[in-house]
Design a protein around this ligand. Structure first.
Ligand SMILES: C[S@@+](CC[C@H](N)C(=O)[O-])C[C@H]1O[C@@H](n2cnc3c(N)ncnc32)[C@H](O)[C@@H]1O
Length: 205
């Protein structure tokens, strides 16, 4: 039977697109998590510095970066998510560059381009066999002095997506490409989900 909402565990572009077309997007928290507001305040005004938001989905986080003055690129594989984000950005008068693409296959022009990459529920949405490649993409997209802010989710449930990312597993995945420079465990009111933590990482080449 062809479920119009797509499979329970989306993997392909068509699966994610079906979720947006049917409005089955439980990850949409309706706004950026408060921890992003704090992180942006700590980073200071963007002043045209470049931010990458992979798997941006509804785009609340990308809009928050743009609002803070960052030259923001949002990437998502689902055409409907990209179209909706373009509309939101236009309505808000915010210049977000929305790229409909597979994060595992970013254009070469985006290499070494970003000062900050913001990861929220993209890593945990990807098929586990794609994780190492995704971590390399994040590293390669950042400038040598760039920063990866990864809001990761240790929900403790089997299966996925979203796949559980306990800190030990996240560190194993990130260690080949990044040095950890900070970690913060978050109470739900400062993130959006129970069991989230924020890693700060510097790319290593
Ligand atoms: C769980 S949602 C999270 C969306 C957003 N980060 C948020 O927190 O609201 C995962 C997003 O990643 C996108 N996605 C999944 N696989 C992708 C891929 N290979 N390349 C780009 N985007 C992808 C989906 O379309 C979806 O919008």
């Amino acid at each position: 039977v062809n479920d119009p909402q797509g499979p329970a565990q989306p993997r392909t572009r068509a699966d994610w697109e079906a979720r947006y077309q049917t409005g089955n997007t439980p990850w949409d928290l309706g706004g950026a998590p408060p921890v992003l507001g704090r992180a942006l305040a700590a980073l200071g005004p963007g002043r045209g510095r470049r931010a990458l938001v992979p798997g941006a989905g509804p785009g609340h986080d990308a809009l928050a970066f743009a609002r803070a003055g960052w030259a923001t690129t949002a990437v998502d594989i689902a055409p409907s998510a990209c179209a909706a984000l373009r509309k939101r950005a236009a309505r808000a008068g915010l210049p977000v560059d929305v790229l409909e693409a597979d994060v595992l296959d970013l254009p070469a022009s985006l290499r070494s381009r970003f000062d900050v990459a913001w990861e929220q529920t993209c890593l945990c949405a990807l098929p586990p066999e794609s994780r190492e490649a995704y971590v390399r993409v994040l590293r390669d997209a950042l400038r040598p002095d760039g920063l990866l802010l990864a809001l990761l989710w240790n929900h403790g449930q089997p299966g996925g997506p979203p796949y559980d990312l306990p800190p030990g597993l996240a560190r194993t995945l990130l260690a080949p490409c990044f040095d950890e420079v900070g970690v913060e465990t978050l109470p739900p009111q400062t993130s959006g989900r129970q069991g989230e933590y924020l890693l700060r990482l510097r790319p290593r080449r």
